[in-house]
Ligand binder design. Structure first.
Ligand code: FES
Length: 193
């Protein structure tokens, strides 16, 4: 009797799984499972609706990743922040903080989009997005402020001096699949030209 009950139960479960796959074959084929995501499967982000000044948070390898659409004003403020008097690593020379193909002070593949790991390099808190100039002190040009111990980062994730965080925010590997689709966790194809 017990064995019979088990067989009936097993049939129902197997039938249920089959139905689920039949009902959502397309979704199952492109959405990485939670386990695959935790193990590091790439994550795709559509930024076509992301307005200038907005950012979106996605999860990759269990970490929050910000994608910020920088405004012309943000880029202007970034351009004026190039000196090592205010920033620890203005030209992003510390190699461990970004992939080798991310170079220069903007720290991005495309000028307007910043893709950055949202984890403070001091002790791992998540900083808050504070884009308004002056909102974190008179000389605040806008950027990211860590509420735990006061570390400050600009719109390229570059760390200011005189704060506890030792290095810039880390940039993950990523590539553009189109002008408005970003894949996080995968390096760009090497150029053939
Ligand atoms: S964890 Fe961000 S300042 Fe300490």
């Amino acid at each position: 009797m017990k064995r019979r009950r088990f067989l009936v139960g097993a049939t129902v479960v197997i039938g249920g799984v089959g139905t689920a796959f039949t009902a959502v074959p397309f979704i199952a084929s492109w959405q990485p499972s939670a386990r695959a995501r935790a193990a590091g499967a790439p994550v795709e982000v559509d930024v076509s609706k992301l307005e200038p000044g907005e950012q979106v948070t996605v999860e990759w390898r269990g970490k929050p990743i910000w994608v910020l659409h920088r405004t012309p004003e943000m880029l202007d403020r970034l351009a004026t922040l190039t000196d090592s008097d205010r920033l620890r690593d203005p030209l992003a020379k510390v190699a461990t903080q970004q992939p080798a193909y991310i170079t220069g002070p903007l720290r991005s593949l495309k000028e307007v989009y910043l893709v950055v790991i949202a984890i403070c390099t001091h002790l791992g808190c998540v900083p808050s997005f504070r884009p308004e100039p002056g909102s974190v002190g008179d000389d605040w040009p806008g950027g990211y402020f860590c509420p735990c111990h006061g570390s400050r980062f600009g719109f390229a994730g570059r760390v200011f001096k005189a704060v506890p965080a030792p290095t810039n925010l880390e940039i993950p590997p990523y590539r553009f699949l189109s002008n408005t689709r970003i894949e996080i966790g995968v390096d760009p194809e090497p150029s053939t030209s």
